[in-house]
Design a protein around this ligand. Structure first.
Ligand SMILES: Nc1ncnc2c1ncn2[C@@H]1O[C@H](COP(=O)(O)OP(=O)(O)O)[C@@H](O)[C@H]1O
Length: 333
């Protein structure tokens, strides 16, 4: 559906609520240059793109009540430049102009720049916005960054941590680090029933992706069970895509099959939104879940951008893309 059709559709009905989405800002005070794959990254322009997105969101009548920032807010190069905190302050200063709330997701570049203890204390921790009810218990030693909130009756968003298992962010002596390394090898050579002992390594099980631990999967299952019972519609948000058709390289969570399995047990899930794959992507899976992968701001040339405004209705979400992000009407099944 083209943009003009969307606007016509929009004219017919008021959305229940509106939110913004943006991913992979990856700001750094350094010149434009290619990454290791030869793709140009516009590190300084990304801050200008963010300010344009905020200005547009603020100018909208009934604009977004919140924005999902899908991770990688600053680039890893800040670490080498010893500018991580300064870059974070600069980008958050621009973000602060937003009228609505920010819900921040953590990506691999947050973990390249900071450890988890730092992030928990930082403004990138928006877990305090968690819906106080229902209380869905976490395991005793749970230290993943995940929470849920309900911006409108019968709608819930669940932020999950796709770097819960990761080789970054935790001290090498931390039990979760050891567990991550062990789980990485488990998912690197998945065993299917009847498969021979010699299996091919999976190309997505690499350091710049990560996985969701068992404890978090169980918490996710419990919150989705609650949402099923309440007949809510749920959007799950994270940094790393979980569907092979919603990305073009190898940007997939280590245990994407397990995560999908959990989502597929619940009729409430309508969408999974991620970043990480800067080329973007989209697919609707066999259970009707819309997998949206946002194009990365950092790979958007100066004359363009990459963000979206999403209008939520009873039976669909309408995503108005800006710049490299395509507009889509996504019906719920
Ligand atoms: N094999 C590959 N070929 C080309 N691009 C790739 C490949 N693997 C990953 N990418 C790109 O890398 C980006 C994600 O990397 P990112 O999280 O920014 O970490 P890094 O800065 O280490 O590349 C995505 O846009 C993805 O398309």
């Amino acid at each position: 559906m083209e943009d003009k059709d969307h606007i016509q559709t929009m004219g017919n009905r008021q959305p229940y609520f509106t939110f913004g989405v943006i991913a992979d800002i990856q700001y750094a005070d350094r010149p434009t240059g290619p990454n290791c794959w030869g793709t140009l990254r516009y590190y300084r322009d990304s801050l200008v793109h963010l300010s344009h997105a905020v200005a547009e969101w603020n100018s909208q009548d009934s604009g977004p009540t919140f924005v999902l920032q899908l991770g990688d807010i600053i680039d890893s190069s800040n670490k080498k430049l010893q500018a991580s905190e300064k870059a974070l302050q600069e980008v958050l200063k621009v973000a602060d102009d937003m009228k609505g709330h920010w819900h921040h997701v953590w990506g691999n570049h947050e973990l390249y720049n900071f450890n988890r203890s730092y992030l928990i204390q930082s403004k990138l921790n928006t877990q305090w916005l968690e819906d106080p009810k229902p209380v869905i218990k976490r395991g005793e030693n749970a230290d993943y960054y995940a929470y849920h909130f309900s911006p409108f009756p019968k709608f819930r968003f669940v932020v999950i941590d796709t770097y819960d298992h990761s080789s970054f962010g935790r001290d090498m002596n931390h039990p979760k680090y050891k567990e991550s390394v062990a789980s990485m090898s488990e998912w690197h050579f998945p065993k299917e029933p009847g498969e021979s002992q010699v299996c091919k390594p999976e190309r997505h099980v690499v350091n710049f992706n990560g996985g969701v631990g068992r404890d978090q999967l169980s918490w996710l299952h419990n919150i989705l069970t609650y949402s099923d019972e309440q007949e809510e519609k749920v959007v799950v948000a994270s940094h790393v895509p979980i569907h092979p058709e919603a990305q073009v390289t190898n940007c997939l969570a280590w245990n994407y099959r397990e995560i999908l399995e959990v989502l597929h047990c619940h009729s409430c899930v309508v969408s999974y939104i991620a970043g990480h794959e800067h080329h973007g992507g989209y697919c609707q899976d066999s259970h009707g879940i819309h997998h949206i992968t946002m194009e990365g701001v950092v790979e958007s040339p100066p004359n363009t951008n990459a963000f979206a405004t999403v209008h939520m209705y009873k039976d669909k979400m309408v995503l108005h893309g800006r710049g490299r992000v395509k507009s889509r009407e996504l019906k719920f099944v």
